[in-house]
Design a protein around this ligand. Structure first.
Ligand code: AMP
Length: 546
């Protein structure tokens, strides 16, 4: 069994060198000398992950909780030094300054990992205290460098320069297994821990156990963005498939005989929340074994798409399923076929997979699709998609294989990016790397009738560190009052905000919320009276049918 200190020390060594080969050698030597049952957890921890992607558990420790626990253990409030780059660093500097001495048995890797598992499992009443106790017990036994890595891990700020890719490279170099086999196994398993364990303990043979399997979800293939139809046709030469991009939830459907499982984009099993979809798949799919992909949307009585957040009341929900099933009917549209009766289709071109899908989909609708040769055709198809209330289109290379987990150029999404001028009305203090800065901006639009500024979203995206630093004192000058963690300000600072779409909001008084908002520019040229109105946002929401 090995010490957690070794993992923390390795983290320090990796952070100190940028040389790829050295990284690889250090990681390889480390993973080869720890116990087999430590390989998977240690590999995940190295890349800043605690659980595999398909595992829904999370260790959700906020900055406030970390502060609370550290006060309990050390007896004083943490002080940030200016040179700290993240929370872990700040904790280490502060403990050093206080001449911190751990107590009790030294921590082993699995002690730490099991504590993380218990933290993730603590739910319900009393869970906050339980989580605090578990974390406090770890810090009690941790040396300064270990406390630094525990902080990094539980706050999700593991920056030691080990990406998933470099860990996989290190595995290839140190086991002699071809990098392509390692990468493919990782795409299929969705867990670097399982890949590292199999590769180190059983070599290339071990990886075969991670092959495509019904019942085990694989990471979905992802898309990059294209600005225009012409742009898409330039990146993927025509003929090219255009499909409606539906704004719903992605589903991976695994069928073996009568057994059907539905997995979400994040690989959670959500079968219980969508029983009618599972039943439809069981009844319709004309194959004994199959893995298909599609998008499920919520629809109204006229069959039109309903807002994404209405659908979210169904996806993953396990209580009162029958009741919400009546209130929120859903509809499945299929777009890919990854496996059929003993044959993996991952390496088959998109057209072949689509043809297979057509053969076995039965009465389940497919997403509307057309093979496009010219910009005009593509633009017409995009207009049709938008006119029917859909988000946009996906452009797909007809020749491309299915590459799980990769965001490549074989699939391109085309959806309009809107920008609006909004105003900052409040801001939240950041944690971790953003500690000391007002980093999460509350954005408001103007109510045309009352002149009030009503919140329509929050974002910490889009601003550089430098911009956040200079914005903080400006916001503090405009401060009107403060509640825990949030500073309310006079509405003076106008910003241009990009977002993907607008949806109904049950919480904001404005009734609308922006999805994926990010600040693209400060607009000192604009006055508060120039900003967008809540009424415009509502109209936009209705026009989008979203
Ligand atoms: P985005 O979430 O904006 O990156 O867009 C990718 C998502 O669009 C996918 O994960 C799917 O959930 C969704 N989607 C909707 N229609 C399609 C389609 N025809 N092909 C692939 N993905 C689609």
């Amino acid at each position: 069994m090995s010490l957690f200190l070794d993992l923390a020390t390795l983290g320090e060594q990796l952070a100190a060198t940028k040389k790829k080969l050295e990284h690889s050698a250090l990681i390889g030597a480390y993973l080869k000398q720890i116990a087999p049952e430590e390989i998977a957890p240690a590999s995940r921890l190295l890349i800043g992950r605690i659980f595999p992607e398909s595992d829904p558990r999370i260790v959700n420790i906020s900055g406030a909780a970390l502060n609370r626990v550290l006060v309990q253990v050390v007896g004083a409030e943490i002080e940030w030094s200016g040179s700290a780059v993240d929370f872990g660093d700040a904790v280490a500097q502060w403990l050093t300054a206080r001449k911190w001495k751990p107590q009790g048995e030294p921590l082993q890797i699995l002690d730490v990992y099991h504590a993380y598992e218990e933290i993730a499992q603590a739910t319900g009443s009393g869970s906050r205290t339980r989580k605090d106790e578990l974390l406090a017990a770890l810090f009690q036994r941790a040396s300064v460098v270990e406390a630094k890595y525990i902080t990094k891990q539980v706050s999700g700020e593991m920056r030691v320069g080990v990406s998933e890719g470099s860990l996989l490279d290190a595995l290839a170099r140190n086991t002699g297994i071809p990098a392509t086999s390692i990468r493919r196994a990782n795409q299929l398993a969705g867990d670097v821990g399982a890949v590292a364990f199999a590769a180190i303990t059983h070599g290339e043979k071990g990886l075969q156990k991670l092959a495509l399997q019904i019942g085990r979800p694989l990471k979905p293939m992802l898309a990059q963005s294209a600005e225009t139809v012409a742009d898409a046709l330039e990146q993927i030469s025509p003929p090219i498939a255009f499909e409606y991009k539906l704004d719903g939830a992605r589903l991976q459907i695994h069928k073996r005989d009568d057994d059907v499982k539905l997995f979400s984009r994040h690989l959670s099993d959500i079968t219980a929340s969508l029983p009618e979809v599972a039943e439809q798949a069981r009844r319709e799919i004309r194959a004994h074994d199959a893995i298909l992909e599609g998008e499920v949307i919520a629809i109204d009585a006229n069959g039109r798409t309903r807002p994404f957040q209405i659908l979210m009341r169904r996806v993953g929900r396990e209580r009162d399923v029958e009741t919400v099933q009546q209130e929120i009917p859903v509809k499945l549209f299929l777009f890919d076929c990854l496996y059929r009766d003993g044959e993996s289709l991952l390496d088959a071109p998109n057209t072949t997979r689509w043809n297979e899908l057509e053969k076995i989909a039965g009465n389940i609708p497919r997403v509307p699709r057309r093979v496009i040769e010219t910009v005009d055709d593509g633009e017409k198809f995009l207009r049709d998609a938008r006119a029917q209330g859909h988000e946009g289109v996906m452009a797909k290379n007809l020749q491309s294989p299915y590459t799980p987990g990769e965001r490549g150029k074989q699939w391109l999404k085309l959806k309009p990016v809107h920008t609006l001028d909004l105003i900052i009305v409040a801001s939240e203090w950041g944690y971790g790397r953003r500690h000391g800065w007002l980093s999460n901006q509350h954005l408001a639009a103007r109510d045309e009738t009352t002149g009030e500024f009503l919140e329509v979203g929050k974002t910490f995206k889009g601003l550089t560190d430098q911009e956040m630093k200079t914005l903080t004192p400006r916001l503090l000058e405009l401060k009107t009052h403060q509640t825990r963690g949030t500073v309310y300000v006079q509405p003076k600072i106008v910003v241009e905000v990009a977002f993907n779409n607008v949806q109904q909001s049950p919480t904001y008084k404005s009734g609308v919320a922006l999805r994926h908002a990010r600040i693209v520019a400060f607009r000192p040229d604009k006055a508060p009276a120039d900003i967008e109105t809540v009424q415009t946002l509502r109209a936009l929401m209705e026009r989008e049918g979203a």
